[in-house]
Design a binder for this molecule. Structure first.
Ligand code: NAP
Length: 279
């Protein structure tokens, strides 16, 4: 528990609910490791506009934004970075001071988290990525892959939603049934398929996995999904869902503090949580 005093800088997460968020454990472990006089708190929020005014009034330095507010915060921000605008979602607010004015500056670190996790295993600019899903996470990951210069083959269950996202990403769209004929270096699951309590499910047939070098699953409960187990057996390098979560937090920490994040400490905090949740 950090020592709180009159100089403590306050950060937090706004969303509803926030009680299961892993971010307080991850950020507070990082502040403690660097002996920073900062604290990160959960703020359950219903009225977004009032909460954002409160951030300015209370001199809160930065917040993460989670479901259901990633889009609804946007009209109330003073600045939004261009990638977050393309994604259409903000997961990070940095409160900057200019003279006597406090400005709410929104950005999105979900795509940075996915890219950093992938870059630990593969050179993205040369990679062809089969991306599964057309929801919020697939959007963020897709625009991130575009930023990195990777090729994308988008595959989703719902055709209209998938085609619309593929058009925005300027990439081809395929139905899930076409998966057996798609080739790429990387496979990313950005659907909830395989998530507990339906952990016996996998989004793809195991037979297609040997053709990929790297498989990333953004589902993190369980930590080792059926997809990742089967990918390991097929000889692929695998990346679990906590890595994206970790690196989106690392990017937030670095934006808010200007310091190099203690990545290993933050990963340990997440893994501790994972161990506890799984008994
Ligand atoms: P979302 O916006 O609801 O999108 C889910 C997507 O998955 C949609 O495209 C949906 O297809 C598709 N889908 C759902 N069930 C499917 C099924 N049985 N077969 C094929 N496709 C299916 O959700 P999200 O926010 O993108 O989150 C997706 C998953 O990522 C969740 O499990 C979440 O916990 C996890 N996540 C992880 C991180 C991380 O940092 N690791 C961050 C955010 C989210 P339709 O459009 O056809 O319904």
């Amino acid at each position: 528990m950090p020592m709180v005093n009159g100089k403590t800088k306050i950060y937090g997460i706004i969303g509803n609910p926030v009680s299961h968020s892993l971010s307080p454990a991850m950020h507070n472990a990082a502040f403690e490791a660097l002996k920073e006089n900062r604290i990160y708190l959960p703020f359950p929020v219903e009225d977004v506009q009032a909460a954002l005014m409160g951030l300015k009034a209370l001199d809160i330095r930065g917040v993460s934004v989670t479901i259901p507010h990633k889009q609804s915060v946007m009209p109330f921000l003073d600045r939004i970075d261009p990638v977050a605008i393309k994604i259409g979602a903000v997961n990070t607010i940095d409160i900057q001071t200019e003279g006597a004015t406090r400005l709410l500056c929104g950005s999105n670190t979900d795509w940075i988290g996915a890219n950093r996790a992938l870059e630990s295993r593969v050179r993205l600019p040369q990679a062809q990525v089969v991306l599964l899903g057309a929801g919020g996470s697939a959007r963020a990951i897709g625009f991130g892959l575009r930023e990195a210069g990777a090729g994308i083959l988008l595959c989703s269950r719902s055709e209209p939603k998938g085609r619309m996202l593929a058009e925005e990403l300027d990439c081809p769209w395929f139905p899930m049934t076409a998966l057996t004929s798609l080739r790429g270096e990387v496979l990313v699951n950005a659907t909830p398929v395989g998530m507990s309590p339906r952990a016996e499910a996998s989004p793809v047939p195991a037979a297609i996995l040997p053709s990929f070098q790297v498989v990333m699953d953004i589902v993190y409960a369980p930590l080792k999904t059926r997809l990742l187990r089967e990918a390991e057996l097929a000889g692929c390098r695998t990346i679990n869902g906590l890595e994206m979560l970790l690196y989106q937090g690392v990017a937030q920490f670095e934006l808010w503090t200007g310091l190099a994040a203690p990545v290993d400490v933050m990963r340990e905090a997440l893994l501790d949580w994972a161990g506890i949740e799984r008994g």
